[in-house]
Design a protein around this ligand. Structure first.
Ligand SMILES: C[S@@+](CC[C@H](N)C(=O)[O-])C[C@H]1O[C@@H](n2cnc3c(N)ncnc32)[C@H](O)[C@@H]1O
Length: 206
């Protein structure tokens, strides 16, 4: 797993610091945008979130049947404490332990995970999870990206990220299956309170 977790980077593995940094950066505005335009959950939807962190997205999803998975046991413990019985949270590797997520899922959410995985890991995980989508189900990912003529602060922030596989939009898109699915892959700017560029991918099963 290509993730920096030593020295200062350890801070993001501790839920209270991770949450504080995210809120200061403007996470709530970004999530509202995602919720309204891309996640669009409906009551009763079966939702899987891989790399769910401390489970703070779940309260925004409404009345859904939710399963969250993360590699970090401390995040999973915090997710369980914060969400009670509103969802199920399991500690596991979304690349090698997808059998824990039976599906089919109406929505698979993958926010901030792909840039922690190398190409083989990411493509293998997406391939396995895409087979667990229901008819018209969607896999939605969001990650930091490099763009042409990028603002120098946005570029520096991407360089400093603990994930070591930040890609261009086309490199993210190449991780997704090309047959039997539709892929909408795009760059998004202005989601956070700081100069930053994201790549959003929405894979829809036909
Ligand atoms: C940048 S954080 C994003 C957390 C959350 N999705 C959010 O938006 O706040 C990336 C998360 O992916 C988790 N992670 C990294 N590799 C993973 C893997 N192979 N399987 C499951 N989770 C993983 C990390 O523990 C971390 O919680």
């Amino acid at each position: 797993m290509a993730e920096k977790t030593k020295s200062l980077y350890r801070i993001v593995t501790i839920p209270v610091f991770y949450e504080a940094i995210q809120i200061i950066l403007g996470r709530d505005k970004a999530r509202k945008h995602l919720r309204e335009h891309y996640l669009q959950t409906k009551k009763g939807d079966k939702v899987l979130e891989v790399g769910c962190g401390p489970g703070s997205l779940l309260p925004l999803l409404g009345d859904v049947d939710y399963l969250g998975m993360d590699l970090n046991p401390v995040h999973i413990e915090k997710a369980k404490q914060s969400n009670g019985d509103k969802g199920t949270f399991i500690c596991g590797n979304a690349v090698t332990e997808v059998e824990h997520a039976a599906g089919p899922f109406d929505l698979i959410i993958c926010i901030g995970l792909l840039h922690h995985l190398n190409d083989d890991e990411a493509a293998s995980m997406i391939g396995a999870l895409s087979k667990r989508l229901s008819q018209n189900g969607r896999f939605v990912s969001l990650d930091p990206t490099y763009i042409d003529k990028q603002n120098c602060i946005a570029k520096k922030l991407a360089d400093l990220d603990s994930g070591q596989n930040i890609r261009t939009q086309s490199a993210y898109a190449s991780l997704f299956p090309t047959t039997k699915f539709n892929l909408d892959s795009r760059e998004l700017s202005g989601l956070l309170n700081i100069p930053y560029n994201h790549c959003l991918n929405v894979l829809t099963s036909g």
